[in-house]
Ligand binder design. Structure first.
Ligand code: G4P
Length: 289
């Protein structure tokens, strides 16, 4: 299965971002720490490299991510030219408060009233851009919602005398190259799903959890993971929770929904869907295919 999703307004978002890139000093790219590469828009790097703008890659939602994976991602990104990674959560005011200084360090020639630091906040829908802006500005300025692809108008806002924020509407790539990226995004609720796809996504999540966090699965649902596959995980959730249809068979749809909800809310534990190593392996497998 392959999830592809490209609402029309994203074309205009892309154009707007391209034009804006000339007039900013730094990109703050918000990623989901649980799936940083799957939640990144390759266009952002292409656009900023063209204009030679540095980037602060915010690995947001670390409260939900596996700390070891987050540390590995930070090391990975920090080794790239022009890139600094900042793992944080918008839920912690102290994390938010540290961001402006980190941003200024990447463009130290700016940051005075005559030459304010101009930051463009970018990222795909649902990674937490509006929440971050609201927290930085200490007021509600942008729509925050979990429904993907809410169109937003561009805003330019003074953080203080020395810093201007420019945000772009939700920007996504035209084509998701690897099906697993679509599944990771759907699992993390960046892309909406219907019930049919939800089962597919839950099976995928089950596979990832089996591979990387079998103990968390057992602890949450009380089943043994040996010999299971992704479908088996969802069936076991159904069995443990007593989700059965009239005829007695497992209510897989309900169990899929519960598994996804538990992952998204952090109820299973702090989980990352990819690491730099697993990403490299997936890319290699995709290249060979
Ligand atoms: P966007 O502008 O990039 O589209 O994202 P937005 O700020 O709307 O955030 C999407 C969802 O992610 C929101 O959840 C928001 O609260 C949540 N979020 C943002 N930052 C963090 C974080 O650091 N940790 C966690 N756990 N969640 C974060 P929501 O489902 O709309 O509802 P609610 O959480 O506000 O109730």
């Amino acid at each position: 299965m392959s999830i592809q999703w490209f609402p029309g307004h994203m074309n205009s978002a892309r154009k707007q971002a391209e034009e804006q890139m000339e007039f900013i000093d730094l990109v703050v790219e918000v990623l989901d720490a649980r799936l940083p590469e799957a939640s990144c828009n390759p266009l952002v790097d292409r656009m900023r490299q063209f204009r030679q703008r540095p980037v602060l890659k915010v690995l947001n939602k670390i409260d939900l991510a596996d700390p070891a994976a987050t540390a590995a991602w930070k090391a990975y990104y920090d080794a790239l030219p022009g890139v600094t990674a900042y793992p944080m959560t918008t839920k912690k005011p102290a994390d938010v408060a540290r961001l402006p200084a980190l941003a200024l360090a990447l463009a130290p020639h700016r940051g005075v009233p005559t030459k304010p630091l101009r930051i463009m906040i970018m990222g795909i829908p649902n990674v937490g851009k509006s929440t971050l802006m609201n927290a930085l500005l200490k007021k509600r300025v942008a729509k925050v919602g979990d429904e993907p692809a809410v169109t937003k108008v561009q805003q330019k806002l003074y953080l203080d005398k020395h810093t201007v924020l420019v945000d772009t509407p939700g920007l996504m790539w035209p084509k998701i190259e690897m099906p697993s990226d679509g599944l990771m995004l759907a699992a993390s609720h960046a892309i909406g799903t219907n019930a049919l796809i939800e089962e597919e996504v839950a099976f995928f999540l089950g596979d990832v959890l089996l591979e990387r966090y079998p103990q968390l699965l057992s602890a949450r649902y009380g089943f043994k993971t040996e010999g299971l596959d992704g479908i088996g995980v969802v069936e076991q959730v159904a069995a443990r929770r007593g989700f059965r249809m009239r005829g007695g068979e497992f209510d897989v749809e309900k169990a899929a929904h519960v598994l996804l909800h538990d992952y998204r809310s952090g109820a299973i534990g702090r989980i990352s869907l990819e690491t730099p190593e697993s990403r490299a392996a997936r890319l290699e497998a995709h290249r060979v295919e």
